[in-house]
Design a binder for this molecule. Sequence first.
Ligand SMILES: [Fe+2]
Length: 262
Amino acid sequence: MLRNITKKDVNNFKEWFDNYVYTFKTGDEHQQENIALKEEHTRRVCKEILDLGKELGLDKNELCLSETAALFHDIGRFEQYARYHTFVDSQSVDHSLLGVTILKDNNILCSLDEPVQDVILRTIRYHNRATLPREETETCLFFAKLLRDADKLDIWRVVTDYYQQKDGKRNGAIECGLPDTPEISEEVYYDLMNKNIVDIKHVKNLNDFKLLQIGWVFDINFSPTFQRIKARHYLDMIRDVLPKGKNIQDVFAVVQSFLQGR
Ligand SMILES: [Fe+2]
């Protein structure tokens, strides 16, 4: 099924991606920064997915499919930012749906077998869902899980870099416009204590948002991803920028014991 996708296809897709993104490199410095943020994120997710995929023993075609899904997973982000000046889907558009529409409208994947196109588009469509659909093929779910892991690995990198920067410059696009107030919402605390991902509806401030990022560990699929989370100390870096109270200690005790078992 996956025979018809090769490195040559991937190189053509990369060329199209570069030209497409170039058309968004206009506007003020802030806009350019946010476009560059997503462009660099995309490149890193491509690298993450290839590293994970190789470790999981994928063949050449499967790696090409994975890389293509990673390359295009956030293709809707550029148009989203140009139109709405935000990356918050609930305040603008679902960026995965917009991405799929852009790929279809431009006939980007038409050189591939239809089943392959289909898996790529559905993988992209599912990458930002709270949970994966039950009624789906094993193949599609596998690639969707792989993309979600690779994407999270790089978002952790983006946010931990951001939290650690010393100049204190704020970026509303990374903070999703949330207020930096000192409390932690009770619902967020209980989501994590129950080893669930945090429901976005419970997120009221920046602390909650940082805790939501912690909670992604409960939605990780593959052991090479867990190894990278531990080796890169992402969760410790987020903990460093959270309040030091008992509730945070409780949450980290749960998260650490969960991670140790992976
Ligand atoms: Fe992404």
